[in-house]
Design a protein around this ligand. Structure first.
Ligand SMILES: Nc1ncnc2c1ncn2[C@@H]1O[C@H](COP(=O)(O)OP(=O)(O)OP(=O)(O)O)[C@@H](O)[C@H]1O
Length: 348
C-alpha cells in the first residue's frame, strides 16, 4: 500500500504510565501496537474495559506521548513533536466523546462556533459555517436552544457538528454512542456513516460493543490487555474469528453460539453429540453438510443457532445434535474438518 493511503500508522507502539509509588514499576498499558488505519475508512477498535482503547486515542491526538515505537498521523511522525506542531496535527482531528462535552452555558450554535472562534474565523464566515454544519446534522431549527433542551442523541449530533467545524480529515469517536439507547445509537451511527461517505473523513470508532462495529466499521482491531489480538475486515472477523476474545465479541452480537447454560439445556432435551458449525460463504455450504451426514446415516437436527447477513454475506453458526453410529459421526466430523469446515464439538 502506498504510504499516502495510510492515515494513521502504529509501529511497535508502547505506552507506560508511572507506577502508583516511585518504587512500583511502570504500568505498561500498550504493549507493542501495530496498526494501519487507511484514509477514508471507518476503522473500529474494540476491547473490554481497561484494554487500553482510550489511551490509544490519546496517543493519536497527541494528548499523551508514546513511550516507544513510531506513530504516524497523516504524513507526520507524532512522537517527539513540539507542542506547537502537535496543535497543528490536532487541528486536523475532530473528537466526539461519550458524554458529549458540550458547554451548557452556550447555545447549540455557540457550541459549534467555539472551535471556529478559537481558530480565528471571523463572524460572517463563522455564522455561515455553523448554519451549514447544523443543517448537515439536522439541527438548524435548534440553533438557539441550549444543550439541556435537547435529547442525548441530539446533543451528540451537536458534538459531531462541533467536531467537524475545523474541517478535520480524521474523526475520533470514543464510545460516542455508549450513553445512548439502541435506537438513538443507530441514528448517530448513521450520521457518522454519512460523515464518512459524504465528506470523505476517516473515522476511528472506539467501542466495547460489537453491534457498533457491525453497524458501521469497514475494518476492526480487537485489543486485549494492551495488545492487538486480531485485526482485519469486519466480515472476516465475524466469519472466522481466530482468538477467544474475537469469538466472544462476535457471539455477543450474533448470539449464535450456545452458552454453557444453553448447552446444558440442549443436552437434556436432545440425544446425540452436540456440534457447532460456523457458517461459511461458499457455494453449496448447506448441501455439502447435509449430504455428508446423510451418506453415513447420521441424523443431524439443528437445535440452536442463526444465520444473518453482514456486508451482504452470511455469518453465524448452527448447532446440531448428531445421532447415529459413533464411528460414523467421527468419520463425518473428520472429513468435514479436512474440507475446512469449522466445527466445535461440545463434549460434556
Ligand atoms: N493517566 C493514567 N495514569 C495511569 N494509568 C492510566 C492512565 N490512563 C489510563 N491508565 C490505565 O491504563 C489502562 C487502560 O486504560 P484505558 O482508559 O485506555 O482503557 P479503555 O480500554 O479505554 O477502558 P474503558 O473502556 O474502561 O475506558 C487502565 O488500567 C488504566 O487504569
Amino acid at each position: 500500500m502506498p504510504p499516502s493511503d495510510v492515515h494513521v500508522r502504529f509501529e511497535g507502539v508502547t505506552k507506560n504510565f508511572p507506577g502508583r509509588t516511585r518504587r512500583d514499576p511502570p504500568h505498561q498499558v500498550l504493549k507493542g501496537i501495530d496498526l494501519e488505519i487507511r484514509r477514508g475508512e471507518i476503522f473500529g477498535i474494540i476491547g473490554s474495559s481497561g484494554a487500553g482503547k482510550s489511551t490509544l486515542v490519546r496517543l493519536i491526538n497527541g494528548l499523551e506521548p508514546v513511550t516507544s515505537g513510531r506513530l504516524q498521523v497523516g504524513d507526520r511522525e507524532i512522537s517527539g513533536l513540539s507542542e506547537g506542531r502537535l496543535r497543528e496535527v490536532r487541528r486536523d482531528i475532530g473528537m466526539v466523546f461519550q458524554q458529549f462535552n458540550l458547554f451548557r452555558s452556550r447555545t447549540v450554535a455557540g457550541n459549534v462556533a467555539f472551535p471556529l472562534k478559537v481558530a480565528g474565523v471571523k463572524q460572517p464566515e463563522r455564522d455561515r459555517k455553523v448554519a451549514r454544519l447544523l443543517d448537515f446534522v439536522g439541527l438548524l431549527q435548534r440553533a438557539n436552544d441550549h444543550p439541556e433542551q435537547l435529547s442525548g442523541g441530539q446533543q451528540q449530533r451537536v458534538g459531531i457538528a462541533r467536531a467537524l467545524a475545523t474541517d478535520p480529515s480524521l474523526l475520533l469517536a470514543d464510545e460516542a454512542t455508549s450513553a445512548l439507547d439502541p435506537e438513538t445509537t443507530q441514528d448517530v451511527l448513521n450520521l457518522l456513516k454519512q460523515v464518512n461517505r459524504e465528506l470523505g473523513i476517516t473515522i476511528v470508532i472506539i467501542t466495547h460493543e460489537m453491534d457498533v462495529i457491525r453497524s458501521i466499521a469497514d475494518r476492526v482491531a480487537v485489543i486485549d490487555s494492551g495488545q492487538v489480538v486480531e485485526s482485519g475486515s469486519v466480515y472476516d472477523i465475524f466469519a472466522t474469528p481466530q482468538t477467544p476474545e474475537a469469538t466472544r465479541f462476535v457471539s455477543s452480537t450474533l448470539r449464535d453460539r450456545p452458552s454453557a447454560t444453553t448447552l446444558q439445556r440442549l443436552r437434556s432435551a436432545h440425544d446425540g453429540r452436540l456440534v457447532t458449525v460456523r457458517v461459511q460463504d461458499r457455494p453449496g455450504f448447506q448441501t455439502t453438510l447435509s449430504q455428508a451426514f446423510l451418506k453415513r446415516d447420521v441424523t443431524a437436527e439443528i437445535v440452536f443457532g442463526g444465520i444473518s447477513e453482514l456486508q451482504d454475506r452470511p455469518v453465524g453458526s448452527l448447532t446440531y445434535a448428531l445421532t447415529g453410529d459413533d464411528g460414523a459421526v467421527d468419520h463425518v466430523l473428520t472429513a468435514l474438518r479436512a474440507d475446512e469446515f469449522d466445527l466445535e464439538e461440545h463434549v460434556a
